[in-house]
Design a protein around this ligand. Structure first.
Ligand code: GLY
Length: 494
């Protein structure tokens, strides 16, 4: 979700220009006129950036916290979504124009026309009243709005010849809940522990828009932490982060404040040590991903803004040229999911915790990967002398080094090729001999390559190469024999 006034659009336009011109991402089926909106393809540089981002997530969250990772099916049975509540509650309010039959997402239409924020849980009746009070009519033909109803955003699929009802998952985490018991037993875990998953989710959005920000098919990285609700404060893992400052915007506040986890717990801004610990982990992750901390906030959601399954919710949001964008929903789902699956399937979901039988509660960090990548690109992109420079953290760069012969002739070319071949075994490197050296530097600055390695006259004499840094354009000489160590250090996660 995008919050706040629409700011200057230039950075958004710049990211889209880069994405299309250099093939980071592009609209899916773009050569066909009937291509539905909300579907995007990642090109080679986009895939490489996404993979690096996911690796950072694995390292900074999954491995750091000893989580278990699974990879579940994308099509799940109808009962899964009966139990989860999605069949009944995963809906958006809509209305139809009585004249031209255009369909509108009602809450967004009211917000656009009146500036009034319509809470997620507002009733159809409340929205109908607002439409009447403000005289809202069809934007295309001025017709009267009718047929106020709810639209379920799940994609239904027919499985097999019989066309058995099933659904593309609208969130990856339902696989985590239905697999929970087997994983708990086979991996011999104790509460609290977390299960993580990266994968695609599908939502039949009424008005997909803004590139990677609201898609119908998208990547999530979700973490579900299972815990005994009576022990959410008995959580020593949080001790090392108690002095870490969260960027909090609690309910009722209209600004962000830096509050240490310790103070947030003492003043009861945050409900438990467990929640404070995971909020700290996710904020630290985005700082590592190159988002400046002043552009991050953890905004607590009011009851009427929360998803239907959340008893407590914080959204990690990042400020962009389009306003604040929600990247991670941090939800306390309580026993909603395991309880729901237990009731419908008849499979008991309780586990033993120090002799006590408990139905685990769940705290989740549900991350949108595509929109995270957008925010990272927007935060890294600069226009200098009408040239784009993408200042990605080196460990997120799709390509880590460009190996360039100064002149496109021998022996420069074969020397550069030899160095490229040795580097590409351990690094994401490219070799490029075409165009002037200045042009080539610009080509690689634009896609975020942190260093260029130039093979020049001096290389032929003393086996040193010129290393040029993307951000500072400073150049220095490095012994060819030190190049591997130098690069390894430069692209290390810090
Ligand atoms: N699992 C929470 C969400 O997808 O929003």
């Amino acid at each position: 979700m995008v919050h706040g006034a629409m700011g200057e659009r230039s950075k958004y336009d710049l990211v889209m220009r880069l994405a299309l011109e250099r093939g980071f991402f592009m609209p899916s089926s773009e050569i066909y006129g009937d291509a539905p909106a909300g579907f995007w393809d990642y090109g080679p540089l986009g895939v490489a950036l996404k993979n690096k981002f996911i690796e950072l997530w694995r390292r900074e969250l999954v491995k750091r916290d000893d989580m278990l990772e699974i990879d579940g099916a994308q099509i799940l049975s109808k009962n899964v979504f009966r139990a989860s509540g999605h069949l009944e509650s995963f809906v958006d309010p809509i209305a139809k124009c009585g004249k031209c039959k255009a369909i509108y997402r009602l809450d967004k239409l009211i917000e656009e026309r009146t500036g009034i924020h319509v809470p997620e849980r507002a009733s159809l009746e409340d929205m109908r009243k607002l439409v009447e009070e403000h005289g809202i009519r069809c934007g295309r033909c001025g017709g009267e709005l009718t047929d106020f109803s709810h639209f379920n955003m799940m994609f239904r699929v027919g499985v097999g010849v019989a066309g058995l009802d099933a659904y593309l998952r609208p969130e990856t985490c339902q696989s985590i809940f239905i697999d929970f018991l087997r994983i708990y037993k086979t991996m011999r875990r104790k509460l609290p522990f977390a299960i993580a998953q990266v994968g695609k989710s599908f939502r039949n959005e009424i008005s997909p828009r803004q590139g990677l920000l609201r898609m119908r098919e998208f990547y999530q990285a979700e973490i579900e932490v299972f815990f005994n609700p009576r022990k959410a404060n008995d959580f020593p893992k949080a001790d090392p982060i108690l002095d870490y400052k969260l960027r909090l915007q609690p309910i009722g506040e209209d600004s962000v404040k830096d509050v240490s986890c310790r103070d947030a717990l003492e003043s009861r801004l945050i409900s438990s040590k467990l929640v404070a610990y995971y909020l700290a982990l996710i904020q630290q992750f985005y700082e590592k991903a190159g988002i400046p901390r002043e552009k991050i906030r953890l905004r607590e959601l009011d009851e009427d803004e929360r998803a239907f399954y959340a008893a407590e919710a914080w959204d990690l949001e990042v400020e962009t040229s389009l306003g604040w964008i929600e990247l991670v929903a941090c939800n306390n789902r309580g026993e909603h999911d395991l309880g729901g699956h237990e009731r419908l399937s008849g499979q008991e979901m309780t586990v033993l915790d120090d002799g006590e039988r408990v139905l685990p509660n769940v705290f989740e960090l549900s991350m949108g990967i595509d929109r995270s990548l957008y925010c990272i690109l927007e935060n890294s992109i600069y226009l200098v002398n009408n040239r784009i420079i993408l200042k990605l953290p080196p460990y997120l760069a799709p390509i880590q080094a460009a190996v360039l012969p100064l002149l496109s002739k021998e022996p420069f070319k074969s020397e550069a090729m030899r160095i490229y071949r040795s580097l590409k075994q351990d690094f994401d490197a490219v070799y490029d001999a075409s165009g002037s050296i200045g042009r080539r530097y610009a080509r690689y600055d634009e896609i975020g390559v942190p260093v260029d390695i130039t093979i020049d006259h001096q290389t032929l004499e003393d086996r040193t190469v010129t290393v040029r840094f993307r951000d500072s354009t400073i150049q220095l000489r490095v012994e060819e024999s030190d190049l591997m160590n130098f690069l390894r250090d430069h692209v290390k996660i810090r």
